[in-house]
Design a protein. Sequence first.
Lengths: 292, 269
Amino acid sequence: MTLRDAVAQIKDGDTVAVGGHTLRRHPMAIIHEIIRQGRRNLKLMGWNSGIDMDMLIGAGCVASVETSYIGISAFGLALNFRRAAEGGSLKVIEHSETTGIDMFRATAMGMSFFPTKTPLGSDLMQANEHLAEVICPFTGERYAAVKAARPDVAILHAHTADQYGNVQLDLQRWHDNSVDAILAKAARTVLVTVEQIVSDEEVLRNALLTVLPRTFVTAVIEAPYGAHPTACDHRYDYDLEEVGKYYEASKSGDAFKGYLEERVLGPADHWAYLDAIGLERLMALTRQRVVR
Amino acid sequence: MTTAAYSVEELMACVVSRELRDGELGFIGLGTGGRAFVMAVGIPTVAIRLAQLRGVDFIAQYGVKLEPLIEEAPACFTDADLLDWRCRAMIPVEDALDMFRRGMMDWGFVSGAQIDPYGNLNSVCIGEQKHPKVRLVGAIAQTDHCAHARHTMIILPHDRRAFVERVDFISGLGFGDGPGYRERFQHRGGGPGKVVTTLAVLGFNEKTRRMQVESLHPGVTRGEVERNTGFALAFPDPIPTTPTPTDEEVQLIRTRIDPKGLFLQAKVR
């Protein structure tokens, strides 16, 4: 399946769970294609987000976000997010990191809510309609129930997969992205880009690396450097030059339109995007080339 | 006693270090930059290592990474470098955060854009949440630190914009609106322990739950603290001076723990 066909499965108004963490392994190739296809009114969900959500917001694709953080790491605040929230055009459903994970965990475990004490007494209880108070029937203790999230689509980027959709991660991986597998298990449709589609033999030999068996996966698409400009564990670093360029452009709506034109709407597809970034720079970001 | 000059960050690290005890576990979140990094990551890291070098068996947890070898910290916090930073365990993030909820965490090291007299913290917005004047990053794990850690250690630059009468959004629960508030929710965590700032060390009154000064850093006056705080603070009489770092502590920080200024001068890239 092509990236274009995969992203065509996302409809205007869908709830979309986005994998990744701060500046780590966000499914940027999918995000670029969502912007090219001009999706509108998406309801984004995540637990710790960054340039992924900020870019979709800046491109006018988003009606609401539900997460614990949207920032551009050491650069500072996410400026498209900031403008949209301050302008009142974006609904923000507030989470802590744990309740942001709990909403997916509940669904992945087949439950309609997840109990936690985390948000009690904080203003998250008022600023998140998916939190409500419950009493433990055994101890009488007060808890918050986090409503199970059932996203229409989950979008992720991973290291490898076989042709059947068994998705694998290298052993050397940053464990903040362990949530990717949980949000995939919560979603109806699961679209995964990978650095490389590998042979059956490779997966059969390394079954321990499979984090999402194919039964959870709708489509895998090969998209090398598909997380760029975010980092992909030990395979490649985040591209601080590109993130810096993005951050500068995001300081005004007009400049950001220019960025989108140059980097997203101009290039016809992911390959054209990689051409625009250039092989030399991609190689400079590469830490460990893994070919299996 | 010290004769060596020291920076305020070194002083703050020494203050934090003296609160840490044998067998305790503390959580530090990674992922900020600049001044915020010094407050949220740099000072606690140096404090923990100082305590360890005094013989205190303190376990440091950096999100998913437990007990990294602090002296081997990479000069660049890219993922590949962080992955290579030798440590004792790397665990899935949901397990890492559950250690809060289970009540295992003795210290949560936290910061925020605003703090009020009851130690409530805000990192969500300035103004109203639905139509904010300034939209900030969000609650992140602050809510979890503040609900579940046995104590929180709040480390902040002392600034009138941050120390406000009422936070615009409670993303990290302190003592709420005063005595009895936290208790109503039966939280396992004890709430704010200490507030260590660039001017003073502050604690909380056991009866009123309001913030109060415990000591002023050398050379800092009561007036200076009052001018930089947006609410009334109680002061002890006489006002103690924060103990200065010893020569040995300053030497350890500069030659062994943080010789490149990665942590206390945010030279990490």
